[in-house]
Design a protein around this ligand. Structure first.
Ligand code: ATP
Ligand code: MG
Length: 304
């Protein structure tokens, strides 16, 4: 964290005292500022008075539930990252929350490593966000090509650079979703594509006590053939839409068998959220070639 940056402010909204305190203790490990609320009404009040950067919220709570709180928060802010924490077996609510523009979800019981990894991801996104300068919104056509090595820690900045190109052209309400969706697909290109970490490798690393996903990533980034692989990002914008083509040098995957995001039963696994979040935030998500090339499209705000 740079010297001028303040700590990320995290609000935890959860009626169950034990779960709330447990989440708080996990967030505190990461040196973030923590706020707590016991139900949606209290959560909303805390949101209004403290303007948190990130909210973890339960869905079913007394007085005001997480969905209603989310709906009310979204009337006022599209920039606060909201992550729903949902009990196993409540997938319909999760889907509803995503449609109400929650940015992500976690399935309870939460795994400490998973929370910590997610906090780092959001903190990187928030720290890299530059002030939007609507003034360059008059440029109608743009093209940008980036080539990246496999450093996951710079992706918050990469996502910010990509978002700068779209200033004034993507609705404010959609921008955080697009930013996070881009991030997920670029993470996949590195993690699964270039570094060849499979779904099963990832599950094992999340569940293992002896190895972290971070260790696995570090190992592979120093080894051939993984090390010299690159991710190419081509961005272009015309009068109708923005398009990002993200290509990695990995083996690809059977993208036809990626679970259908509209089937709530698929929302309950530990990971497998990245593609789903992208699908919810772009107008089109296409996999080309062997699955190592992803095309993301977003329609633009039309003048008038
Ligand atoms: N570029 C890619 N190359 C190879 N496999 C990929 C690629 N992108 C996605 N996959 C496969 O698709 C699966 C689902 O990806 P998705 O991003 O939805 O979830 P995840 O990466 O497993 O977990 P997370 O929720 O942390 O993103 C991955 O586990 C991986 O097997
Ligand atoms: Mg992913």
């Amino acid at each position: 964290m740079g010297q001028n940056e303040r700590k990320m402010k995290v609000l935890i909204v959860e009626d169950d005292t034990f779960s709330r305190q447990y989440m708080s203790s996990l967030v505190r490990l990461g040196d973030y500022e923590v706020l707590e609320a016991r139900d949606g009404a209290e959560g909303l009040l805390m949101f209004e008075t403290h303007a948190p950067d990130l909210i973890f919220s339960d869905i079913s709570m007394p007085i005001m539930d997480g969905l209603e709180m989310l709906e009310r928060i979204r009337r006022k802010s599209h920039d606060t990252i909201v992550v729903m924490t949902t009990a196993f077996g409540n997938p319909e609510f999760t889907l509803k929350a995503l449609r109400l523009r929650a940015n992500d979800y976690l399935v309870k019981p939460v795994i400490p490593k998973d929370i910590i990894a997610n906090l780092k991801k959001y903190a990187a996104v928030l720290a890299a966000r530059s002030v939007e300068r609507e003034v360059i919104g008059f440029i109608l056509e743009r093209y940008l090509k980036l080539s990246l090595d496999n450093r996951l820690e710079v992706l918050g900045i990469v996502a910010d650079r990509l978002m700068q190109e779209t200033e004034g052209h993507i609705l404010p309400a959609d921008r955080m979703g697009v930013r996070l969706g881009l991030l997920e697909i670029i993470i996949n290109a590195i993690e699964h594509g270039n570094l060849g970490i499979t779904y099963c490798d990832k599950t094992a690393a999340i569940e293992s006590k002896s190895i972290d996903l971070g260790d696995l990533v570090a190992q592979r980034t120093s080894q051939e053939p993984y090390r010299s692989r690159r991710v190419q990002i081509q961005f272009q914008m015309n009068a109708e839409m923005c398009e990002w083509v993200i290509t990695d040098e990995g083996e690809g995957f059977d993208w036809r068998s990626v679970p259908d995001p509209n089937d709530p039963a698929n929302l309950m696994s530990m990971h497998g959220r990245g593609i789903l979040l992208a699908r919810l935030n772009f107008d089109e998500v296409l996999f080309l070639e062997r699955g190592n090339k992803v095309v993301l499209r977003k329609k633009l705000i039309q003048p008038g």
